[in-house]
Design a protein around this ligand. Structure first.
Ligand code: ADP
Ligand code: MG
Length: 424
């Protein structure tokens, strides 16, 4: 991995072991039990500044350990603090991320007296109300539900010292900004604020000046914004043949744990139904599912109960599932950043993974934009159906690649499937 850009004459010797970090022994114990020995570059870059109370904007690839990069300084700074008051708030864009960050927090802070609570929608208010009233020291929340609690009047932020926006660019985009503003207006002005994300468009950095003061910018220098261990492929396919091609891909023996992204909730449901009718063990997760269904879909995927999970972009950011072998874009995302976040669900913590994108003719412009954004040349396989007329021929790289079959593994004899594969 790369080195962080260093500023302000900071020590240049890289921190190679957690023991060299300005962290309390009880936190180092938690780190050790998580199985971490070496800090990742974003951790090495951000933690020393963050424990001093500096505002931080941290940008690093997906899967590079940003969660611990803000949780450890929070825990460190609150080590000697009085209990029973809310002192740190972490805002995340999805319920799943709130749950996940709170789980990381519980593990890392196991040997401290500090308590965390997750506050998110789709479940009862009462247990969360109790946690907020008794003042769990660290709250991880989605904005909408937190506001619901705040409007009821029992959330006391007077002791709050630290605010983190995880997936910071998303938290400050148009969708979330009004809620996030409302929340921040109710927080003490004297506080530390940190913003972490894999992608950080310049307009977001500009906007962040409203909320951060003189932030330390910690940005990993990478050749591409996509996670390093990901190999990218595109399959050119007619829109109406995508499911068929996907089924062909899923036959491959290396398809161990596959996250499939669809553009809409409706398309996700339809695809999951089609796959399940063809014998694929599949779960589906999107914003119209109940919270119970969302938890079951993600847990079933984590445990390998269904090795295929069809998702909308609700699962694109932040979700950390160990051993996702493939991310398949059933639909090309409109925003290149979304592609980066989706494919970042594989190749986490320096592992390897593959991203395969099914590209219909009408999606090829969007895909070209993604390729430019990544600064990579992504090989194309397959071919769109030939249509007559001079302007209708396949664009771009189509036809220049030797593989012109429709899916890399069509016609694989089913007997070659590995044991425990995704079919019944
Ligand atoms: P990000 O938020 O940057 O996408 P996460 O914080 O979700 O990444 O971490 C990705 C994975 O890497 C998690 O499974 C996490 O436990 C693991 N991880 C984090 N820091 C380290 C480390 N220093 N050493 C080994 N694994 C780590
Ligand atoms: Mg993250």
């Amino acid at each position: 991995m790369s080195e962080p850009q260093r500023h302000e004459g900071e020590a240049t010797k890289p921190i190679e072991h957690f023991d060299q970090m300005p962290l309390h022994a009880s936190l180092l114990q938690g780190v050790k039990e998580m199985g971490y020995t070496q800090p990742t570059p974003i951790q090495a870059g951000a933690i020393p500044a963050a424990v001093l109370g500096r505002d931080v904007i941290g940008t690093a690839q997906t899967g590079s350990g940003k969660t611990a990069a803000f949780l450890l300084p929070i825990l460190e700074r609150l080590m000697g603090a009085p209990t029973g008051r809310i002192q740190a708030l972490i805002l995340t864009p999805t319920r799943e991320l709130a749950i996940q960050a709170e789980q990381f927090l519980t593990k890392l802070g196991r040997h401290t007296h500090l308590r965390g609570a997750a506050v998110y929608g789709g479940v009862g208010m009462e247990p969360q109300e109790r946690a907020l009233r008794r003042g769990a020291e660290i709250i991880v929340a989605t904005p909408g539900r937190l506001l619901d609690h705040m409007r009821r009047g029992y959330v006391d932020f007077r002791s709050l010292r630290i605010l983190v926006l995880d997936e910071g660019d998303r938290m400050l985009d148009m969708g979330f900004l009004p809620d996030v503003r409302t929340i921040i207006e109710r927080l003490p002005r004297e506080r530390q604020t940190m913003l972490f994300s894999a992608t950080m468009p310049p307009e977001i950095v500009r906007l962040s000046r409203d909320f951060l003061s003189n932030p330390r910018m910690i940005r990993m220098q990478e050749t591409t914004v996509a996670a390093a261990g990901v190999s990218h492929t595109a399959v050119l396919v007619d829109g109406d043949r995508k499911t068929e091609v996907l089924l062909g891909l899923l036959e491959r023996e290396d398809m161990i744990s596959v996250l499939v992204f669809a553009r809409t909730k409706h398309r996700a449901d339809r695809l999951a139904h089609q796959l399940s009718q063809r014998g694929v063990r599949v779960g589906v997760i999107h914003g119209d599912k109940s919270q119970g269904q969302r938890v079951r879909a993600l847990e079933g995927f984590r445990r390998g109960h269904h090795p295929v999970l069809v998702a909308t972009d609700i699962a694109a950011r932040g979700i950390d599932v160990e051993g996702v072998s493939h991310v398949i874009n059933y639909d090309v995302p409109h925003e290149p950043e979304t592609y980066v976040h989706r494919v970042g669900r594989t190749a986490r913590a320096q592992r390897q993974g593959q991203a395969i994108t099914l590209v219909a003719r009408e999606e090829s412009d969007d895909f070209d934009t993604i390729e430019k954004f990544l600064g990579l040349t992504i090989p194309r396989e397959g071919q769109w159906t030939h249509r007559s007329g001079p302007s209708m021929g396949p664009r771009g790289h189509a036809g220049t690649h030797p593989a012109s079959r429709h899916g890399p593994s069509r016609g694989r004899p089913s007997g070659q499937r590995r044991q425990g594969s995704w079919r019944f």
